[in-house]
Write a new protein. Structure first.
Length: 175
């Protein structure tokens, strides 16, 4: 016959072993979940990129080339199979935000409505995306592209404002 303290000790040991097994399973599941989330994030980014490229290509086919005085082969708006397609044109006087793809237009409008400089992580939820690292980095890339093309300024790293020579606050929503 087993004594009560021995029985309690045996049950405690069994419970401790079960807790350790469950903790090991939880660690394994947490690692698998992190990997699955990373895979999902990459797939979302890939799908969005492909969708954007296809939309840009179809928009380029729908709009005829409008050469400008300073047009060069590098700045043409269409080419076979999307080679050399530039969907975010360099800003120039008279160019309105409506020429930008939807997501870029949304970004410029959000920055125009902001009282001061805006960071990528502040823009992501305002354009309807989850605030994951992938979405923030993708948006930061778009912001940098808008800076390169003269639509935005980045006086302080990571802080974006409308370009001083770019689309004025009074013209952002025009046309």
């Amino acid at each position: 016959m087993v004594s009560l303290p021995e029985e309690l000790q045996a049950r405690e040991d069994a419970a401790r072993q079960r807790v350790e097994e469950l903790q090991a399973e939880a660690v394994e599941l947490a690692l698998r979940l992190a990997k699955a989330r990373e895979d999902l994030s990459w797939l979302e980014i890939t799908r969005e990129t492909v969708t954007q490229v296809l939309a840009e290509l179809s928009a380029a086919k729908a709009e005829p080339d409008i050469p400008t005085e300073d047009a060069s082969p590098l700045h043409m708006t269409s080419a076979p199979h999307g080679v050399g397609v530039m969907m975010v044109p360099p800003w120039r006087e008279g160019l309105v935000v409506a020429v930008l793809p939807d997501v870029y237009r949304d970004i410029v409008e959000i920055i125009a409505d902001a009282p001061g400089p805006v960071q990528a992580k502040q823009i992501v939820p305002r354009i309807g995306l989850p605030t994951t690292t992938g979405k923030i980095e993708g948006t930061r890339g778009k912001l940098k592209r808008l800076v390169e093309r003269g639509w935005l300024d980045e006086d302080t790293p990571g802080q974006f404002t409308l370009a001083r020579q770019g689309p004025g606050r009074d013209r952002v929503n025009s046309q």
